[in-house]
Design a protein around this ligand. Structure first.
Ligand SMILES: C[S@@+](CC[C@H](N)C(=O)[O-])C[C@H]1O[C@@H](n2cnc3c(N)ncnc32)[C@H](O)[C@@H]1O
Length: 278
């Protein structure tokens, strides 16, 4: 036996705890399992103690990244959304469980052509395409890196023939109409951004989170044009930030869309608004 042993796992957990990581034990296990390629519970102490040194070395490298507060998803380049695993990197926002409420709402009725405005990793676009095999999707983003990552995920799920990706500043390069427009835009204000935990502030792309404004500029931009791109009876499903319900509602009152539904997240807080073009 070399210098590596099951005690290494304990000391890694302690190091993560000292670095301020919220769930150090869970993260240690996740990172160790990603090096090992299997679940840790299938091994006894003796088996752990005979794991080859090169696995422990890669584990040590991952622990160092997590000590710097890099999120697990960014370290292993995978993040789960709606039961599927997506490729992610530091150029795209990691898909969030709260965003799944947008999918649930979207799937509640039929749609043909849809637009995912601010496609990021492609988690919304891909999920809707897989769940609605007759639908066609357009994914747009201002960031060419997001378009690249969304492309990787589209390939992964074999959806190339059923969608198109466009680099676009909101609607600038969009030239058709949709039954559904879905969007999770940046909605963190400049002040809120300064208070975010290191995992988000230093490892998520700034453009996915904030326009360094009051957290409402994305909604103003989208509201000013969205109606032109919706078919009659079409829906806009848009994620909103905590505490922004009244302000976002007011912005969309100036459009010809009518508010149809307010969707709570897992904590019961309004997380998305649904508007319809009547
Ligand atoms: C909160 S992220 C959402 C990503 C993904 N849809 C999701 O739900 O995980 C917002 C996305 O909007 C994109 N974005 C920011 N400003 C934009 C703009 N002016 N036009 C189009 N996309 C923009 C960002 O690059 C980012 O990918």
């Amino acid at each position: 036996m070399g210098t590596w042993s099951s005690d290494t796992l304990k000391s890694a957990t302690l190091r993560l705890h000292k670095a301020g990581v919220e769930n150090p034990g869970y993260d240690t296990t996740k990172l160790f399992e990603s090096c090992l390629g299997k679940r840790i519970y299938s091994l006894n102490k003796e088996e752990i103690d005979t794991i080859p040194g090169k696995i422990w070395s890669s584990f040590e490298n991952l622990i160092k990244l997590r000590e710097q507060r890099m999120p697990i998803a960014k370290i292993v380049n995978e993040k789960e959304f709606w039961g599927r695993s997506f490729h992610v990197n530091t150029e795209v926002l990691d898909p969030r469980p709260d965003t799944e409420v947008l999918i649930e709402e979207a799937l509640s009725e039929e749609f043909g052509q849809f637009l995912d405005l601010g496609v990021g990793s492609g988690c919304l676009l891909v999920t809707l395409l897989v769940e609605k095999p007759a639908a066609y999707g357009v994914g747009s983003d201002i960031s060419p890196s997001c378009i690249r990552v969304a492309g990787i995920n589209i390939e992964r799920f074999g959806l190339k023939d059923r969608c198109k990706l466009v680099t676009s500043d909101w609607f600038s390069e969009i030239n058709c109409n949709f039954d559904l427009i879905i969007s999770n835009p940046p909605y963190i204000s400049k002040d809120e951004y300064e208070t975010l935990q290191p995992e988000i502030r230093y490892f998520e792309p700034k453009i996915a989170l904030t326009l360094e404004d009051d957290g409402l500029e994305s909604y103003r931009k989208i509201a000013s044009e969205v109606s032109k791109y919706l078919n009659h009876n079409g829906r806009l499903i848009i994620e909103i930030g905590f505490g922004k319900y009244h302000q976002v509602k007011r912005i969309f009152e100036r459009t010809d869309l009518s508010l149809e539904n307010e969707i709570p997240d897992l904590c019961g807080i309004t997380r998305a608004l649904v508007f319809r073009k009547v």
